[in-house]
Design a protein around this ligand. Structure first.
Ligand code: SF4
Length: 382
């Protein structure tokens, strides 16, 4: 299958999002499943050298590809020094100012000077991994920063960026409804443009919360916390546009919408996933193996799937249902003409009859009752 990827950049789509995985964390959080490694000087140097090479190979080969958004995630991208961040950003400097360009940052790794450098490089959106404003919850999550550091990081970020997101997590051990309400209140007290509220153990692409493997009481508690976030943030003028995401008017995350809409994205760095040129694949999740592949012009890729209309239609429905507006089935049918639509008729009829899905014109979407049960809905449609 690796051979088949040889020419993918020649089948470049007109537009593609770009994701850069920065696989370094100072310490490991208990619940985390992302690939990360130690930020030693040698590792960072190897990473940057290979990233430059991987990206230049892409830009030289996929000549027609226009980047529609850039997302630098991790790991902890903000662990890089100002000089290292400048090297990374240089890869995309020709896009600066043209597209949404996000960087994820950990509250304890930023300062006013670093924020100004990020902005001067063309980055126009920052996403802070706050997780909670409660010391107890942060401790339970194994997060290295203090609540006070988050508050300071938010204030400093708002001085530099117009577009600031914070990530919150609910469902931590011993977290009460009052704790969660107080996290939401604190978040809404800042002029943020976006809030992501993830359920703990949010791992799979289809997962929202209330995964079937969890005890029933946990599922009920998590659904209650999700409804609390939906109702509270709606009162604060945040639009709930995706299961875990809330935005002020016009501030929806373009990069993530690109994924939920099943468009193209190209990933750089170890473990970064791509959907590009008719394939879905992932760079190997090991810094040294990835670097070796890049240096030898023989990229180490895994989980390679050749995409056809059936696969894309299915993914577009499953991911698209994460959006609160749902999916326009008629437009997906004309986009993926060769998909077997007939196999969805019965499951959709059943899910509508249970009240988990609802139809409105050509749109199919999760009902309020169905939102916490998105996983179970997805299982019926896979
Ligand atoms: S900082 Fe983020 S990426 Fe790193 S271990 Fe913690 S949750 Fe995972």
């Amino acid at each position: 299958m690796q051979d088949k990827l040889k020419d993918i950049f020649k089948n470049s789509p007109k537009k593609t999002a770009a994701y850069v995985h920065v696989p370094f964390c100072a310490r490991t959080c208990a619940y985390c499943k992302f690939y990360k490694t130690a930020p030693s000087f040698q590792n960072l140097e190897l990473y940057l050298q290979c990233l430059e090479k991987e990206a230049s190979r892409f830009f030289n080969s996929a000549k027609g590809a226009e980047i529609s958004s850039i997302f630098i995630g991790g790991g902890t991208p903000s662990i890089l020094s100002e000089n290292q961040l400048s090297r990374l950003a240089k890869i995309f400097e020709h896009q600066a100012g043209k597209v949404e360009w996000t960087i994820e940052a950990s509250p304890s790794t930023i300062n006013p000077q670093k924020l100004k450098v990020l902005k001067s490089l063309g980055i126009n959106r920052i996403s802070l991994g706050v997780q909670s404003f409660s010391e107890r919850t942060l401790k339970n999550l194994g997060r290295p920063h203090k609540a006070e550091a988050s508050q300071k990081a938010i204030e400093q970020s708002l001085e530099v960026f117009d577009n600031v997101n914070i990530d919150l997590i609910f469902g931590a051990q011993n977290q009460t409804r009052e704790d969660w309400h107080s996290d939401l209140e604190k978040a809404a007290s800042f002029p943020l443009s976006h809030i992501s509220a993830y359920c703990l153990e949010f791992e799979s692409a289809t997962s929202c919360c209330a995964g079937n493997e969890k005890p029933f009481e946990t599922q009920i508690k998590e659904a209650d916390f999700l409804y609390l976030a939906m109702d509270f943030l709606a009162q604060k003028n945040f639009k709930h546009y995706e299961i875990s995401n809330y935005a002020k008017h016009g501030k929806e995350c373009a990069h993530n919408l690109n994924t939920w809409n099943m468009n193209s994205w190209i990933g750089f760095g170890p473990s970064a996933a791509s959907q590009f040129g008719g394939f879905r694949f992932r760079n190997t999740s090991d810094l040294n193996s990835w670097a070796k592949g890049v240096m030898e012009n023989s990229p180490a890729r895994e989980d390679i799937v050749k995409l056809d209309d059936d696969e894309l239609f299915n993914s577009a429905v499953i991911f698209g249902l994460r959006k609160m507006e749902g999916v326009n089935l008629e437009s997906l049918k004309s986009r993926f003409k060769n998909a077997d639509f007939s196999r969805y008729e019965e499951p959709i009829k059943f899910l509508v009859s249970t009240g988990l899905l609802e139809k409105s014109g050509d749109f199919l979407r999760l009902s309020r009752k169905g939102i916490p049960l998105a996983d179970s809905v997805a299982v019926e449609l896979i």
